[in-house]
Design a protein around this ligand. Structure first.
Ligand code: TXA
Ligand code: MG
Length: 319
């Protein structure tokens, strides 16, 4: 049965979503990357409700969604580099970390007290229509509990967050399937903080050399990889065959796989399938999920980043 708060995205349900956000409620909505858990970015109370619903540590800042670069420039200092990448990749799966304007009305809680702000203009028409209906910037992390696999279907949101959302707008499966690339342009050297839907090569074609650092939330010393994007079952990477009791997630027509991320070996198709297939194999009856090797090229970089965290030790899961 469909959860009552899931509604097909129509002009009426989107208008209702805009009203709910203006009232400080939580609305989940589709973007081209993953579903977002949206709230009024100007309201401390609404932003606090996001952290509570996700059970997310409040030192991990949120992405603020805006219609376009003009809306972004009211909130952050947009320099020439930011304008150039935005004109090439917005709307789309790219988040820009920029210096926060002193007079920015965005809730300080959304930025976890940092003097920067992460901004993204999503390409999904439902996300854009919701931003217009809400008439304000919308803070939105992925619509899952902290640490879990991100949602690429409305049903995933209902399963993760159930009663904590006022409305889930259903726009079908997300086209890209992994989160946006987070690009830090707040300092002199552009740096990728999280690989995602826009590749490093594509960014370098516009910006010149782009550094890659760890996500600010990742403890990168050996063996200390933060567990994230994790299904309930343990995940084993670069598997060439299944071990007894394991589910097997293949790539490029892996023989004997239960599911294959892309039988033709296409990283774009694999990214779109990644989170839904991890969820589908995360079920009693299996004792773990083995994943075939994914080439580290194009979107494969973002896929492998997510898979490494899915396979990381899970110290926080023992509560
Ligand atoms: O594709 C996406 O980006 C999705 C959709 C819904 O837009 N959103 C998403 O949000 O993935 P979330 O909250 O799950 O991930 C936001 C990432 C986190 O790694 C966070 O640490 C980083 O962006 N971030 C946010 N603000 C930041 C800032 N001011 N400086 C550095 N990193 C920041
Ligand atoms: Mg997330």
């Amino acid at each position: 049965m469909t959860a009552p708060q899931i509604q097909p995205a129509t002009p009426d349900s989107i208008a209702e979503g805009g009203r709910l956000i203006a009232e400080g409620r939580l609305v989940a909505f589709p973007t081209e990357t993953v579903y977002g858990l949206g709230a009024d970015a100007l309201s401390d109370k609404a932003v606090a409700a996001i952290f509570a619903a996700k059970r997310r540590p409040s030192f991990n800042p949120l992405i603020v969604h805006v219609a376009d670069i003009e809306a972004a420039s009211a909130l952050a200092v947009v320099d020439r580099r930011a304008r150039e990448v935005a004109s090439r990749f917005w709307p789309g799966p790219l988040t820009l970390v920029l210096p926060r304007r002193a007079e920015s009305p965005v809730s300080k809680l959304a930025g976890a007290g940092l003097d920067t702000v992460a901004l993204r203009s999503p390409a999904h028409p439902v996300a854009q229509a919701l931003l217009a209906a809400a008439g304000r910037p919308v803070a939105a992390p992925s619509a899952n509990r902290s640490g879990e696999v991100s949602p690429t279907l409305a049903a995933h949101v209902a399963a993760s967050l159930g009663g904590d959302v006022a409305l889930i707008l259903d726009g079908g499966p997300c086209r890209v399937g992994v989160e946006s690339t987070v690009l830090d342009l707040s300092g002199p050297r552009p740096a990728i903080l999280r690989p995602g839907g826009v590749t490093r090569e594509a960014l370098e074609a516009v910006l010149g050399p782009v550094a890659v650092t760890g996500d600010p939330m990742v403890i990168s010393s050996p063996g200390q990889l933060e567990s994230h994007y994790a299904p309930g079952l343990p995940v084993r990477l670069n598997a060439l065959e299944r071990r007894p009791g394991e589910a097997f997630l293949g790539f490029g027509a892996t023989p004997d796989a239960d599911l294959d991320l892309s039988p033709s070996g296409d990283p774009v198709e694999a990214a779109a399938n990644l989170f839904a297939m991890l969820r589908a194999l995360d079920r009693p009856g299996f004792r773990g999920i083995a994943v075939a090797p994914i080439p580290e090229r194009g979107l494969g970089v973002a896929i492998n980043d997510r898979l490494r965290r899915a396979a990381a030790p899970r110290p926080l899961r023992s509560e």
